[in-house]
Design a protein around this ligand. Structure first.
Ligand code: 2NE
Length: 263
């Protein structure tokens, strides 16, 4: 796949997606978010992929949200943008939560604004000691009305989530660990080894069990979409049964299906 603003690599069951705009601290444009959606969709479909890792290029930033230099009246990219960045952002956030495989945020530096939201919606976050965390919306004239509020509150509690959003402070990796915002913090030079260790452990587990657990975690809170994902996860297993195939075979053979032995 031909990407300009991300790097997409697949190796040994792991799909690694790197936001590749280090000179902008990995702030995203409308192109970046559309490429992120493309890579996540590919990782979803590829049966060789068991875990997805999301990270940023360089050692300064994981992602610092929307690229402020393309924000204008009407939003990022201006009113004429084909797909407004804020819409693409929610699509990427939704894909991270809906892909039936664990997504790990490899937080190598600043996770700020929408970049903080991306790590919040990932299933697991492994941080370098150098990482810094925080929201920026009320400081820079924006807000994320999507998953970045609810999922944050579920991670750290409502009072702390409101503090993070309203005050726009920055938090160290150690503070993030103490408030349950990340799963592990390691010295910067050990980040890749630690992420690889978590990937290996995940890849040894039952993918279907992990898929259904992920959907169950979200099913409770995502309303109709959560129930749909949980149901469709079950449907893909049902398709593999003789009972389901009997319905398809009967249709193709122009006969009445016989489901009697599956009661
Ligand atoms: C991240 C932070 C705190 C880092 O501060 P510092 O002082 O260490 O670095 P500096 O000099 O501010 O940034 C380094 C370079 O990266 C660019 C800067 O402009 C600078 O470039 P040069 O001046 O060296 O050329 N840079 C960093 N973040 C950028 C950004 N988001 N857009 C464009 N360029 C960026 C500090 O840089 C900071 O606070 N950054 C701004 C964070 C921010 O405003 N994010 C957007 C929040 S809103 C959002 O993400 C969003 C939305 O509004 C709607 C939907 C979805 C998401």
């Amino acid at each position: 796949m031909d990407f300009k603003e991300i790097i997409y690599e697949k190796k040994d069951g792991v799909a690694r997606i790197t936001i590749n705009r280090p000179e902008k601290y990995n702030a995203c444009t409308t192109t970046t978010v559309s490429e992120l959606a493309g890579a996540l969709t590919d990782a979803w479909a590829d049966r060789e992929v068991g875990v997805v890792v999301l990270t940023g290029a360089g050692d300064k930033a994981f992602c610092t949200g929307g690229d402020q230099s393309i924000r204008d009246e009407g939003g990022y990219g201006g009113a004429m943008a084909a797909l407004p960045l804020e819409v693409g952002w929610q699509q990427v956030s939704h894909l991270i939560r809906a892909i039936p495989k664990p997504v790990i945020a490899r937080v190598n530096g600043y996770a700020i604004g929408g970049g903080h939201v991306f790590h919040v919606v990932c299933d697991l976050s492994i941080a370098s000691e150098k990482a810094k965390f925080g929201q920026a919306g009320p400081r820079v004239g924006s807000f994320d009305p999507g998953f970045g509020t609810g999922d944050l509150a579920r991670a750290v509690g409502m009072k702390r989530a409101k503090e993070i959003w309203f005050l726009c402070r920055q938090y160290t990796a150690q503070q993030a660990l103490e408030m349950g915002l990340v799963n592990a913090v390691v010295p910067h030079e050990e980040l890749d080894a630690e992420v690889a260790k978590w990937c290996k452990e995940l890849l040894e587990k039952s993918p279907t069990a992990i898929k259904m657990l992920k959907y169950a975690f979200h099913g409770e809170i995502d309303g109709a979409i959560g129930v749909t994902n949980l149901g469709v996860g079950g449907l893909s297993m049902y398709y593999n049964t003789d009972e389901s195939l009997e319905g398809k075979n009967a249709f193709m053979e122009k006969r009445k299906p016989d489901f009697s032995k599956y009661r």
